[in-house]
Design a protein around this ligand. Sequence first.
Ligand code: ADP
Ligand code: ASP
Ligand code: MG
Length: 444
Amino acid sequence: MKVLKFGGTSVGKPERMHSVAQLISDAEPKIVVLSAVSGTTNALVDIAAKLTKGDTSAAEAAIEQLFTPYAAFVEQLVTTSDAKAKGHAIVKKHEDIIRSYVNASGFGDKETRLFLAQGELISTQLFQTYLEEKGYNSVLLPALEFMKTDADSEPMLGYIEEKLKEQLEIHPGKHLYITQGYICLNHQGEIDNLKRGGSDYTGTLIGAALRLEEIQIWTDIDGMHNNDPRIVKRTYPIPELSFDEAAELAYFGAKILHPTCIRPAHIRNVPVRLLNTMQPEQRGTVISTKSTDRDVTAVAAKDNITAITVKSTRMLNAYGFLRRIFEVFEKYKTSVDMITTSEVAVSLTIDDDKNLVKIIAELNDFAVTEVDKDQTIICIVGNFSKDRIGASKRLFDALEQIPVRMISYGGSAHNISVLVKTEDKNRALNEINERVFFASGVLS
Ligand code: ADP
Ligand code: ASP
Ligand code: MG
């Protein structure tokens, strides 16, 4: 059995849903994970934000704008009057849930999470309605019955495995299961989600939980490219990546993959294939344990980074300094991405600045701090083992006109990270593309 995840653009139009149905029409057993119709989750975020602010009339207008196009979507998706009635009823049910909160008092986080779940609930039911009309022997698997996170918001792989197996056993004789990406229950049993882009994570968690043959992530591009195609013109797909390389690229901003979705696949050694719904004949990218021997593989960039420099006031023994710093980050469950040190100071970066004020206040008890916001980590993934030379020179030549705030090299053999101001990111990625990836003349 395989798991196939289709992203927002892959189910973004009725004709796209028809193509997805085609792609899954063979008899091979599969679990199909769908995202919300593209634009829906963004709209739901926006509606929830308006209600949180108490801006009722703006929220009502946004609800109207989100749901109006679904009527035409249903009309073009299915043909029989029964299926159309069913489709409209699905949309209405979820629109009514949203509308029932418009005048409710105390709209907050919990309600927002409930709103964000509606997109995947709608897309999967509409798709199932189409499959039924076409005579597919498919069944809906409710993600909320098996997808769960713990008190640290980490998916519970053992629980997912157990509950998913139970769900599959409810439907003997079926070989095509449709489920929602992104949504889950949290440790309090409330509706929650796996963070933006989380349908990829649902796909890899299912593949890992059931130790499936392969995880396929179908999107709107032919695999992982060497650089961000939204920013850089001349990029190319990478046929093979190791789990480590893919995990690093995803974590450091390659939007094609959710930041932590490679982890479960890696743990249980299930290969991940990235494929293009619009061009299914393209080979895409395969992610597996196979290591590759390239100098440089790809570059990715992660925005919204805060850099913190912590200077010792020399009142503390040097050997206690790092421990005290990291205890503060641990206390606030804030993970640190980059670190560089000098004799009297440490610079580090975080991407979650929710507790920044408290963290800085505690650090200031024993050190002097300096904070820089709006930073971007540029992460170059490749083979930088000790005996290799050349790649770092090409990288720093490429960055000669760009101010660099931090450099991290040697933490692992397959990653060099630099921290730049976000305003310099596009220039940096373009320079790196020309001078690191195309410099050798091998690629042109
Ligand atoms: P989906 O809705 O299918 O999950 P996403 O928008 O989340 O799709 O991810 C696909 C997009 O990721 C591509 O259209 C592309 O613009 C962007 N992207 C950013 N970096 C990369 C990269 N290194 N390789 C491929 N795509 C990338
Ligand atoms: N619909 C969710 C989002 O837009 C999850 C996903 O598309 O992966 O973030
Ligand atoms: Mg995505």
